[in-house]
Design a protein around this ligand. Structure first.
Ligand code: URA
Length: 377
């Protein structure tokens, strides 16, 4: 078996065997397969797709490419949440402190920006000092001590996804059902949760532009989750417009802080409370979604969710004083409408593209991003 044969097979629309998929994943993780060969195969998968068996095998090979975490000594129920990505999507940053303030352990591994969508890790790294690359021991300790830890993918956990994710970002291979499903689910399987809520975004600012595609992605991830013994709920959310009031890394931290203090945009509130409601359901708080949403809202109103967020930032070496005085972009240029009227629609995709052009995302894998670059709606 060799990588050139595997690339040609997928190029010619043939099905890859489990052994071929494992050969690629392990070889690329170890650096034996080059970036350009991996890029060719990923592009062939993007163009010609994969069937369920191939996607399942890719997911499992990626999950097994590094360590898998066992968090059963922390709690019997470990809850995780993931979004398929969107423009202005700061939901994780608001939901997870709410959940941790209930005493439910939150062990969250997030990603960087991908394509036009922002990444939770890039947002957190806009806070001076915040470390997203702590060791797995420290990750577990933080969960034990303060009930929450939020980190980036370590080099030990699903390292194949880390490499393929960064590669996809720079070769226009982000919006592919097999690649998204395997990327998300490999991380979730490796990270040790047994209950999972997935926010599957749909619309102009998401990878899935049509509801039909978002449904297909949801069904696929639920099936893979259940195969891996993870109880999985998918919530489809509208991403035709950027969510909330801000797009851009540091500005979304500012919006997170405001939201956790109760000054929350209506669309953000709806999504946050719905996701939190389902997480509470999985954590045993009962089937009544409206009751669970009320419980979650109380945590914002009584300040406990914000307190938990500050605790998280402090525990991971972030400067908490910064949260009250967030760095602004060097140049701020207001663009005024030429005539009066009402804004009825904002093109999420174009706003995402503009943010990347301003420096909020990457053109090459190695690119540094400008955390202050943003679009303010
Ligand atoms: N989030 C991920 O982790 N991977 C994707 O491919 C898309 C969103």
């Amino acid at each position: 078996m060799n990588i050139i044969e595997i690339i040609s097979k997928k190029r010619d629309k043939e099905k890859l065997s489990q052994e071929e998929i494992e050969y690629f994943v392990n070889g690329y993780t170890k650096g034996e397969i080059t970036d350009y060969q991996a890029a060719a195969l990923v592009m062939a998968i993007y163009i010609n797709g994969m069937d369920y068996e191939e996607i399942k095998n890719l997911t499992i090979a990626m999950a097994n490419s590094g360590e898998t975490l066992d968090l059963s000594d922390i709690s019997k129920t470990i809850i995780d949440k993931h979004s398929s990505g969107g423009v202005g999507d700061k939901i994780t940053l608001i939901v997870m402190p709410i959940i941790a303030s209930f005493g439910i352990p939150v062990a969250k591994m997030s990603g960087r920006g991908l394509g036009i969508t922002g990444g939770t890790i890039d947002k957190l790294e806009s806070i001076p000092g915040y470390k997203t690359d702590i060791s797995l021991d420290e990750f577990k300790n933080n969960i034990k001590e303060i009930g929450i830890s939020l980190i980036g993918q370590t080099k030990d956990l699903a390292p194949a996804d880390k490499k393929i994710y960064a590669l996809r970002d720079t070769i226009a291979c982000t919006d592919s059902i097999p690649l998204i499903a395997s990327s998300i689910m490999s991380k979730k399987i490796a990270a040790g949760a047994n209950k999972l809520v997935l926010e599957v975004t749909c619309g102009s600012g998401a990878f899935m532009k049509e509801e039909k595609e978002a449904e297909e992605l949801s069904r696929l991830m639920k099936k893979i989750g259940e195969l891996a013994g993870i109880e999985t709920i998918c919530v489809m959310t509208n991403m035709n417009q950027p969510i909330g009031r801000a797009v851009g890394n540091s500005l979304e931290i500012e919006e997170t802080v405001e939201s956790l203090k109760g000054n929350i945009a209506e669309d953000v509130k709806q999504v946050v409370l719905t996701i939190a409601g389902y997480i509470l359901k999985l954590a045993g708080y009962g089937e009544d979604l409206n009751e669970n949403k009320k419980r979650a809202w109380e945590k914002i109103q009584n300040g406990e969710a914000y307190k938990k967020f500050v605790q998280l930032i402090e525990k991971q070496y972030g400067d908490v004083k910064y949260l009250e005085d967030i760095k602004k972009a060097k140049y701020i240029i207001p663009i005024k409408a030429e005539k009066s009227g009402y804004v009825v629609n904002l093109q999420a995709e174009n706003i995402g593209k503009a943010s990347i052009t301003l420096g909020a995302g990457r053109m090459k894998k190695e690119d540094e991003i400008d955390h202050t670059a943003r679009n303010n709606s």
